[in-house]
Write a protein that binds this ligand. Structure first.
Ligand code: FES
Ligand code: FES
Length: 168
């Protein structure tokens, strides 16, 4: 039976090797925060992390994954929605209908891990998720807000001060 490490726990399930990761997450593991939009790697609604990188799970077949790889979904990004990106999203009131937002948040959190202070060009190049409600301006503002939080936390950590949950 195939196995994957999802949100820090080993999970067993029943699926053929060509099954997209998205359907394992949603149908087998009940992790419905990850959404199905286009099914062809265009919209980003299905974005999750595999070993810290943002991937579009609708086009990632199980056979492309190793059991040792770490899959993280929106449900596992933080305890109680306290990740820096989730807090910035709350403060900026980003979501409208919300359908695209878990994919947006997963894409942004992967970006900030690599680039804690992304330029507009970095954001344009990395965050290609589609939002039918047109939240793009708020998404950009929230990315900048989250980036400030990430930078502050990294300075605090360097000073040996207590840090909040975030992108470490
Ligand atoms: S559902 Fe995967 S990119 Fe649109
Ligand atoms: S918030 Fe509705 S699709 Fe993005």
């Amino acid at each position: 039976m195939p196995k994957l490490n999802v949100n820090g726990e080993e999970q067993e399930f029943n699926a053929a090797p060509d099954t997209p990761l998205l359907w394992v997450l949603r149908e087998q593991l009940g992790l419905t925060g990850t959404k199905y939009g286009c099914g062809v790697a265009q919209c980003g609604a299905c974005t999750v992390h595999v070993d810290g990188a943002a991937v579009r799970s609708c086009v990632m077949p199980l056979r492309a994954l190793k059991e040792t790889q770490q899959v993280v979904t929106i449900e596992g990004l933080s305890r109680n929605g306290t990740h820096a990106v989730q807090r910035a999203w709350q403060l900026m009131d980003v979501p409208q209908c919300g359908f695209c937002q878990s994919g947006m948040i997963m894409a942004v959190s992967a970006l900030l891990k690599d680039k804690p202070n992304p330029s507009d060009a970095d954001i344009d190049a990395s965050i290609t998720n589609i939002c039918r409600c047109g939240t793009y301006n708020r998404v950009r503002a929230a990315i900048k807000l989250a980036a400030q939080g990430v930078t502050r936390r990294r300075v605090s950590a360097a000073d040996g001060l207590q840090t909040e949950e975030g992108l470490s």
